[in-house]
Ligand binder design. Structure first.
Ligand code: SAH
Length: 217
């Protein structure tokens, strides 16, 4: 039988894994310490919530690996004044972390069931600065644009032009780019007066950014 480990020990191991994979920003680590990943994972995988692994969620989707959530959040260089758009709500975990570091978070998913479940968690956790919306996030949210920061948590074949248009000058967008089922690269794009500056963070594996609304399963 596995030895029971205490809550404090589990938390320490979780934070240690984040640091050892390059999540070093104090504010990001603090947000990830505050937001419990447990409630975002339902069913048989719940007991693995504190491992640094992506896990299955409803609608055939996945909750990202915590260290990847940390690295993407860190790359956004958030300030408490920022209005952020997330494409790909999924479990809501990434949005919850963003909500601790930004002023306002808009998160969009093509599966209404995921949006509904994430909303319920945000309510329970009293994360009142998140708005979760069902829709095709590749079109962004024209009504709320422009955004200071945009994070896409599904893989696009190219950095989506519509989203770049909805990013402020001086803004940062983080997006996994590449074919699904192949190697994808985590791209950090900074918008300047003259165009975009790109940086590549590391290889990742995300579910694909798909068109239209999803069928809830
Ligand atoms: N950020 C999530 C993980 C996202 S998994 C978390 O913290 O748990 C990727 C999500 O992107 C899936 O839920 C999928 O439904 C969604 N997605 C894929 N294409 C989309 C699109 N065009 N618009 C909105 N959401 C999309």
């Amino acid at each position: 039988m596995m030895a029971e480990i205490s809550e404090a020990e589990r938390k320490m191991q979780f934070l240690y894994a984040l640091r050892s994979k390059g999540v070093t920003d104090k504010n990001v680590l603090q947000a990830m310490e505050t937001i419990d990943r447990g409630p975002f994972i339902k069913g048989i995988f719940a007991e693995r919530a504190y491992e640094d692994m992506p896990l299955p969620i409803a609608c055939g989707q996945t909750i990202s690996q915590p260290s990847v959530v940390g690295l993407m959040t860190q790359a956004l260089k958030l300030s408490h004044r920022d209005k952020v758009l997330e494409v790909g709500t999924g479990s809501g975990y990434q949005a919850a972390i963003l909500s601790r570091l930004a002023r306002r978070v808009y998160t969009v998913d093509r599966h209404s069931r995921l949006v509904r479940e994430a909303r319920a968690l945000f309510d329970t956790m009293k994360l009142t600065n998140i708005t979760a919306i069902t829709g095709d996030g590749s079109f962004g949210l024209p009504d709320q644009a422009p955004f200071d920061r945009i994070i896409v948590t599904a893989a696009a074949e190219d950095p989506p032009g519509t989203l770049i248009d909805q990013l402020k000058v001086g803004g940062i967008m983080v997006v996994p780019v590449g074919q699904s089922n192949a190697v994808q690269h985590l791209i950090v794009a900074r918008k300047t007066e003259d165009g975009l500056e790109y940086d590549e963070l590391r290889q990742v594996r995300f579910v694909p950014l798909l068109e239209g609304l999803g069928k809830d399963t």
